[in-house]
Design a protein around this ligand. Structure first.
Ligand SMILES: O=C(O)C1=C[C@@H](OP(=O)(O)O)[C@@H](O)[C@H](O)C1
Ligand SMILES: C=C(OP(=O)(O)O)C(=O)O
Length: 447
């Protein structure tokens, strides 16, 4: 579990160019879902390329607590022997989801329509995050949540004894909320419908279909309408997890910040619900080629070749936010090294992530000598151009892996080193970040 250990301060300094191949680990969203759907299928699911970050390991442990057999056979190679839809056993211990919003919210959905009770907790970051966004729709199925004030963890969820399917429009763009409703709908008789005004990552829909559930997706006047037919028998699958575009964003943006860099990042998912950062980088003038586009594990992937070059700040289209929501911190860091201003609107969801990411980036960038403007739903970074960021500060990561990695990447391009007070949370999503970046030539070390 992250966040419970001693802080691990880390420092990044300007290095020579970044060169070489960056093989980033498996996609975090797909890894959580492979374990959860594997646990709900009848028989043995095999997973290759599972992300072995702490967030996903906590979900694996939770699936065992609900009765599935989850075994690691070697690096990235896992099997899950599932108990079937409605077959979850009642855990005899508190489920600790560590730092992971995805883990806790999807697992709550997966158990909400089974007549068992479970208590969930997390680290200091997760226990501050809002859970009402999932427990509100889960209550419509008949589940009851008893948590701390403000709908926070620790929280006990009593699954519905006689679940009813629901029609639900998500009030905010959130794949976690959508997925919690779909997973709960699995054990409700009849059709559960989720409508989302703005499309969010679609891994749950794709993987549910892969496991044999009936899922239809259509675009209507109110948005995307997803219909799931309840009580299917899920068939075990072989899942090949593509590399995570959200993790790839760090070496990619670092290479775009450090002069003369030239790196290769193979097999990165280019799912259209996840590729907003890459579209944005191209609009900023980044030299990225998308080579050998193909399909792997049911997801479109490409090999990326990334070379340093001058970048121009842009206004990021707000309707793109959902497809790059986890990439705004590293985009904000990169924007500090671009010419002109980068305007990020429609980003208030960033305030309820592992940290308030608008505030964490704003304070950290200011400490590094970068001018910003912020509002509830907005962050503007006034770029200083390549080589223009002073740095020379210690910034707080607030138990947030993406804040820590973003400032370490910026430290590689700043005039003075940037120190992050705690890089420990990086292990939640990108456990090989340090060796991978050092392998490219980055000067990142622990104090
Ligand atoms: O469904 C998922 O796997 C995720 C959804 C996003 O969260 P929201 O649903 O809160 O936007 C994202 O930030 C998170 O890292 C992973
Ligand atoms: C927001 C994130 O994760 P989660 O919500 O699963 O904690 C993230 O990884 O950036």
């Amino acid at each position: 579990m992250s966040g419970h250990g001693e802080p691990i301060p880390m420092t990044a300094r300007a290095s020579g160019p970044l060169r070489g191949t960056a093989e980033v680990p498996g996609d975090k969203s797909i890894s959580h879902r492979a374990l959860i759907l594997g646990a709900l299928a009848v028989g043995e699911t095999r997973i290759a390329g599972l992300l072995e970050g702490q967030d996903v390991l906590d979900t694996a442990k939770a699936m065992r607590a609900f009765g599935a057999e989850v075994v690691c056979h070697g690096p990235g190679s896992w099997s899950v022997h599932g108990v079937g839809v409605g077959g979850f056993a009642e855990p005899d211990q508190v489920i600790d989801c560590g730092n992971s919003g995805t883990g806790v919210r999807l697992i709550m959905g997966a158990m909400a329509t089974t007549p068992i009770t479970a208590t969930f907790t997390g680290d200091a970051s997760l226990n501050k995050r809002p859970m009402g966004r999932v427990t509100d729709p889960l209550a419509l199925f008949g589940a009851q949540a008893h948590g701390r004030s403000g709908g926070r963890l620790p929280m006990t969820l009593v699954g519905a004894a006689a679940p009813v399917p629901i029609h639900y429009t998500t009030p905010m763009p959130s794949a976690q909320v959508k997925s919690a409703v779909l997973l709960a709908g699995l054990n409700a008789p009849g059709q559960t419908v989720v409508i989302e005004k703005e499309p969010t990552r679609d891994h749950s829909e794709r993987m549910l279909r892969g496991f044999g559930a009936e899922v239809s997706v259509e675009d209507g006047p109110e948005g995307r309408i997803i219909t799931l037919t309840g009580q299917p028998e899920l068939r075990p699958q072989t899942v090949a997890v593509p590399r995570d575009p959200s993790s790839a964003a760090f070496p990619v943006c670092a290479a775009l910040m450090v002069p003369e860099s030239d790196i290769f990042v193979p097999g990165v998912s280019q799912n259209l619900t996840r590729n907003g950062l890459y579209l944005t980088l191209v609009e900023m003038g980044a030299d990225i080629s998308f080579e050998n586009p193909r399909e792997e594990g049911g997801e479109p992937v490409a090999d990326l070749r990334v070379r340093f070059g001058p970048l121009q700040g842009i206004e990021v289209p707000p309707e793109r936010a959902a497809s790059m929501i986890d990439e705004y911190p590293v985009l904000a860091a990169l924007a500090a090294t671009a010419e002109g201003s980068t305007v990020m609107r429609g980003v208030k969801e960033l305030r309820v992530k592992e940290s308030d990411r608008i505030d964490a980036m704003a304070r950290g960038l200011e400490a590094c000598g970068v001018r910003i403007e912020e509002d509830d739903d907005l962050l503007i970074v006034h770029g200083l151009g390549a080589g223009g960021v002073p740095g020379g500060a210690t910034v707080r990561s607030h138990l947030d892996h993406r804040i820590a990695m973003s400032f370490l990447c910026l430290g590689l391009a700043a005039r003075q080193p940037i120190r992050v007070d705690d890089g420990g949370p990086i292990a939640t999503s990108f456990p090989v970040f340090e060796p991978l970046m050092r392998g490219l030539g980055a000067d990142i070390d622990r104090d």
